[in-house]
Design a protein around this ligand. Structure first.
Ligand code: AMP
Ligand code: ZN
Length: 112
């Protein structure tokens, strides 16, 4: 997707602070963190959002969640939140599927 900022990050055309990478997913620090730990985990194959998930493309999404668990373990995070926004009304601003991994502050009072 030529105009997708996350595809450009995957292609190395835009820099990121990488946390984790494998053949299916990339994880990097959010540029505008909403918590002391705010990492984005994205599938390398472009998919606009969670609404497009289907049996033929869900393996990468599952890997994103596995990566979240691994990163949380590596960073010693006992409590964390994983969230994905689908659609403008849910606050989605980048239309390439991504999971926010949030931690490091009290996350009990609000959902995101
Ligand atoms: P959402 O609002 O759920 O679509 O989340 C998009 C997220 O991408 C926001 O938290 C942004 O701060 C983050 N973001 C946008 N551009 C970049 C970038 N170049 N590097 C890292 N994070 C970014
Ligand atoms: Zn993309």
């Amino acid at each position: 997707m030529p105009d997708c900022i996350f595809c450009k990050i995957i292609a190395g055309e835009i820099p990121c602070k990488k946390v984790y990478e494998d053949e299916l997913v990339l994880a990097f620090h959010d540029i505008n963190p909403q918590a002391p730990v705010h990492i984005l985990i994205i599938p390398k194959r472009h998919l606009p959002g969670a609404a497009e998930l289907a049996p033929e493309n869900s393996a990468a999404a599952a890997r994103c969640l596995e990566a979240a668990a691994q990163i949380a373990k590596e960073q010693g995070l006992e409590s964390f939140r994983v969230v994905t926004n689908n659609g403008k009304g849910a606050g989605q601003t980048v239309f390439h599927l991504h999971f926010h991994l949030l931690a490091g502050r009290d996350l009990t009072l609000q959902l995101a």
